[in-house]
Design a protein around this ligand. Sequence first.
Ligand code: V0D
Length: 253
Amino acid sequence: MAMKIPLFNQSQPRESKLNQESHIPEHIAIIMDGNGRWAGKRGMPRFAGHKEGVSTIVKIVKAAIKYKVKVLTLYAFSTENWKRPKPEIDFILRLPKEFLDIYLPELISNNVRINVIGDMEKLPSYSREAVQYAVDRTRDNGGLQLNFALNYGSRHELLNAMKKILTDINDDKLTWDELDEQQVSRYLYTAGLPEPDLLIRTGGEKRLSNFLLWQLAYTEFWFTDVLWPDFSETEFLDALEEYRQRKRRFGGI
Ligand code: V0D
């Protein structure tokens, strides 16, 4: 990550046709897929694709702020990905700290609140500490909520919730009658967040890959073949525009 990309003082790619007032999804979740393939197509090592993927995060965070999205959840790594070669894993696990060393001050000055869903345990301690610092330092910020899914798996999250619920019932902290869908939501990593309105997956695959299975029950899905390092404000706006049209056509208020 040699070059710092300014978050907020770049010229904008194009002006939006969107009515900024209406049908902007409150919560967008993104599966950032295609980094390795992006590098492969250029004869570059896979880590070069991950590095370029960081630049895309910066662009999309900036776009999300511009269009007044309230919550952006990025699926950066899944538990299945641990099967990758060790040097690649090591490289990926350094990215949170590298990202925060460069961008945290700017995120803070733009009032962004950073959060993590998933299990940070496998991060190297220096990365874990950098992430924990960012979460603590931005806890009271009221701007964009930026969630990183780290070592996240939805079935694991649900299994964990079931165990905690049973423990709480056993300890008389929760009764059988109180247990409803809302209560279940409170036991998930996403407790307190609105459910995603829009899911974007880049990189051509059309599956959920164990991401937010409970939370995506009513979410609109938008897929693109564009690989994550090539994803930009242009594609982001295409997704917002299609979301807006779906809402208008099918009568969301
Ligand atoms: C690799 C494309 C930023 C996806 C983007 C450990 C794959 C680059 C973060 C990050 C990853 C995480 C937490 C945080 C700040 C930044 C990140 C991972 C992978 C998984 F608080 N990029 N990035 N985390 N890649």
